[in-house]
Write a protein that binds this ligand. Structure first.
Ligand code: PGA
Length: 258
């Protein structure tokens, strides 16, 4: 049985001191756990190196929330894949719906980011998911297929093995309206099926497909128990050490009950 992944996306929250305090609290909580789940914490850029330092004595790895689609050069304010790698990062969120919406990130830009990250041995956590209106009009599968095809299906099978997919229905992010386990399972199975058609059965099975969108300690267990849900991408609930640890506990419970 595959491990689970629980990743915390801190978004634009916490000052340096607050970030350090939260990381240390999470590290202390993880110390008491015989952990099988892969825990990833994605703080804002300025805290990556500090987070990587804390992670050396703990059971989590560090991810960035974004990366430039250019390699290097005159791109004021941008941060490259090589830079985050040199700060100790192993994962990077790509194509979060907030960046697609406010950062005007197109599928082509996201496809470039994925390649640059893979060149640096950083695992992209590639986010896909439909808006509320798209679900209401029954277009959710078409939308997700399109995002997956344009953002990831340019990859060779060898590269695809280093991808984590996060299904995050936009209407569930930060709203408290979590997808039901049935809705999550249905979409995750659909995504896995597309991967199987494009690549092969083994690659499809091995790909981590995690769920994001108002995931909390209250619903994590039933979501993570779904056959095709390999864990979660946690926003708001990752900003509190106790809550985040409870979500990791839910992932552990799933692993131990199988
Ligand atoms: P949320 O965010 O858990 O606060 O809904 C999830 C995400 O945006 O990754």
């Amino acid at each position: 049985m595959k491990n689970k992944i629980v990743a915390g996306n801190w978004k634009m929250n916490k000052t340096f001191d607050e970030a350090e305090e939260l990381l240390v609290a999470i590290a202390e909580g993880l110390d008491d756990m015989p952990l099988e789940t892969d825990v990833i914490i994605c703080p804002p850029f300025p805290y990556l190196e500090m987070a990587a330092d804390v992670s050396e004595e703990s059971n989590f790895t560090v991810g960035a929330q974004n990366v430039s689609h250019e390699k290097a050069g005159a791109y004021t304010g941008e941060v490259s894949a090589a830079m985050i790698k040199s700060a100790g990062v192993d994962f990077c969120i790509v194509g979060h719906s907030e960046r697609r919406a406010y950062g005007c990130e197109t599928d082509e830009i996201l496809a470039k980011k994925v390649l640059l990250l893979l060149e640096e041995d950083i695992i992209p956590i590639f986010c896909i998911g439909e808006q509320l209106a798209e679900r209401e009009s029954g277009d959710q599968f078409k939308v997700v297929e399109n995002q997956l095809t344009k953002g990831l299906f340019h990859l060779s099978v060898e590269n695809f093995e280093h991808i984590v997919i996060a299904y995050e229905p936009v209407w569930a992010i930060g709203t408290g309206k979590t997808a039901t386990p049935q809705q999550a399972q249905e979409m995750h199975a659909f995504i896995r099926n597309l991967i199987e058609k494009k690549y092969d059965t083994e690659t499809a099975y091995n790909t981590y497909i995690i769920y994001g969108g108002s995931c909390s300690s209250k619903n994590a267990l039933e979501l993570f128990s779904c056959q095709d849900v390999d864990g979660g991408l946690i926003g708001g609930a990752s900003l509190d050490a106790e809550e985040f640890i409870e979500i990791i506990n839910a992932a552990e419970t799933c692993l131990n009950s199988n």
